[in-house]
Design a protein around this ligand. Structure first.
Ligand SMILES: O=C(O)CCC(=O)C(=O)O
Length: 258
């Protein structure tokens, strides 16, 4: 599923769109129904903060989920691509539905994911699934190719109500003119590295942009269950799932939250 060239591109750019992968129309339809079900089951939750829609059981800080999102996280073709990137021992530690509604979906400020996560050593391959067609106009993810190889950038706590994340990259550290858009047709996916600088603009179009992100880490890392500064997520109580292989670190807890 991931060719040698795509594997190379992932390491060079920090993001790749596998050309040979596309979900069927039936699965896209099922995901769209899942989006509606999750929105209906979680009234009042911001559409871009639908955290953990793969969870069957209610967990503090996460939404009431829908089975379709766990089914996709278990998709063997997706796991094969993830395995190529992070190796054969794979933990699903989180998922996130970013439903950027037409006209109102907020900007996701520039950030590196690792700044928010209690994983040591920091390692995750995120798989971003386009549930709708994703264009520049409806707020495609944008990223700075190669930024994942430049170390940690300084982040500032802004908590801007017009933005979907509280922390963001401080100014003057990176030339944002180098950014590219991750435009995708519904059913396509992109894979991105934990250190990639990325974000997305507000959705000013009249078309929704829903994307579902599945976060996989290698079990050679430890899911530490602490809250890094600036985060409110329930990392201490979140259930994690061994999708393939064994727990190489040996300290990952697969009972909490289940
Ligand atoms: O979907 C977006 O706009 C942002 C996604 C993102 O920040 C992520 O997947 O890490």
């Amino acid at each position: 599923m991931l060719t040698d060239d795509e594997f190379k591109r992932f390491h060079e750019d920090g993001l790749v769109v596998p050309a040979g992968f596309r979900l069927s129309d039936a699965r896209i339809a099922a995901l769209r129904e899942g989006v509606e079900a999750v929105k209906a089951a979680n009234p009042g939750v911001d559409g871009q903060r639908l955290i953990g829609p793969h969870l069957a059981k209610k967990v503090e800080g996460c939404v009431h989920g829908s089975r379709v999102f766990m089914d996709l996280a278990q998709d063997q073709d997706i796991l094969d691509m993830v395995e190529r990137i992070i190796g054969p021992d794979i933990i699903l530690w989180s998922t996130h539905l970013f439903c950027k509604e037409a006209g109102t979906g907020k900007e996701v400020p520039w950030h590196q994911d690792g700044q928010y996560w209690p994983i040591r050593p920091l390692a995750t391959c995120s798989v971003w699934v386009a549930i709708d067609d994703v264009t520049v106009e409806n707020g495609a993810m944008r990223y700075v190719p190669g930024s994942h190889r430049m170390g940690h950038f300084r982040h500032e706590e802004k908590n801007d109500p017009d933005k979907a994340l509280g922390l963001e990259l401080g100014p003057g550290q990176l030339d944002m003119n180098l950014a590219r858009h991750d435009t995708l047709a519904a059913g396509q996916v992109s894979l991105h590295d934990i250190h990639l600088v990325h974000g997305s603009a507000a959705n000013r179009s009249n078309r929704r942009r829903a994307g579902y992100v599945m976060r996989y880490m290698p079990s050679t890392s430890h899911f530490g269950r602490f809250r890094p500064p600036g985060t409110k997520a329930n990392f201490p109580g979140m259930p994690i799932f061994l999708m393939r292989g064994v727990d190489r670190d040996g300290r990952n807890d697969f009972a909490i939250g289940h």
